[in-house]
Design a protein around this ligand. Sequence first.
Ligand code: ATP
Length: 341
Amino acid sequence: MKYTAVLVPGDGIGPEVAHATCSILKAANAPIDWVHCLAGVAALDAGEKELLPAATVAAIREHKVALKGPCTTPVGGGFSSVNVAMRKTLDLYGAVRPVRSLVGVPTRFDNVDLVVVRENTEGLYAGIENEITKGVVTSVKVATREACLRIAEFAFQYAAHRNRKKVSVFHKANIMKLSDGMFIRCAREVHDAKFPNIAYEELIIDAACMRLVQDPTRFDVLLMENLYGDVISDLCAGLVGGLGLVPGANLGEHAAIFEAVHGSAPDIAGQGIANPLALTMSAVMMLNYIAEMHGDGALAATATRIRTAYDLALRDGCKTRDLGGTLTTSQFADAVIARLG
Ligand code: ATP
């Protein structure tokens, strides 16, 4: 079987980590034909008029699966996030970010194995901001019962499917009584009605942060709205060695985009030293997703081969600089390729 997927390298370190990842997939004979598309600054640089070209959205709609590098979002002004726009345009409402300890990457805790599930389409990321009068701005947090219910359903279904035992909802419903209040009520409703056998808890997010850094091994699946999910994903990345190690999937009914949790890392872009592993892990999630969709056991085995190879590389001490090593992006990719069984 051969499959087509869209590749959006992004900008900053995106093209470097995308190149390394594609070389690993190629060496593993992953049966993927890439359709190359642009987004963000890279699209403008190539003469496109839009940050999110219609052709890129159309290609993802057509092929249904994409691997995407990060797209830079300017801070405090300029254009709004292309990453967020893509998720909203394609209604990729569920972000899944698995965070696990890796042998060869020593951190404070050895057995972290949790999954952040983030609502991807609303909350403060609805992008509704106004200067109502000079010196006074509002940012509107949007929560709809429909989106709260569907992300809760998504998280519990994910937990059930992966034999996960507990879902913890992080919220601030003591302060945001209406929006976060609805979020937890919907999660509770879905749990009680359909998934009573999965353990369930609600934690106020500030206390949850303290518990996460004290003992992340007590957590399993974490469910939260958009902004909290963004912040907590980076916190969790820190627990297992950093942003170079956490992959992600943005899933909807009609398409899926796989991308690392990290951003475009402009401070190290163009130097060939970024860690490609988070995107490679995202690509492995993509292969497993396609394999499951098509019942393709051989493709699932290819995904496992790549995962085993990078686990071995880390165990053998092959590391990029973010992990205290000296390997360049391409040297790390070569180390993984050399360990493909
Ligand atoms: P965004 O808001 O766009 O998601 P961010 O605030 O998460 O971005 P990043 O661009 O991810 O920021 O970078 C944060 C820090 O982590 C930077 O110092 C960057 O160099 C480092 N970093 C991020 N990704 C990687 C990577 N793949 N390899 C090495 N270092 C990385």
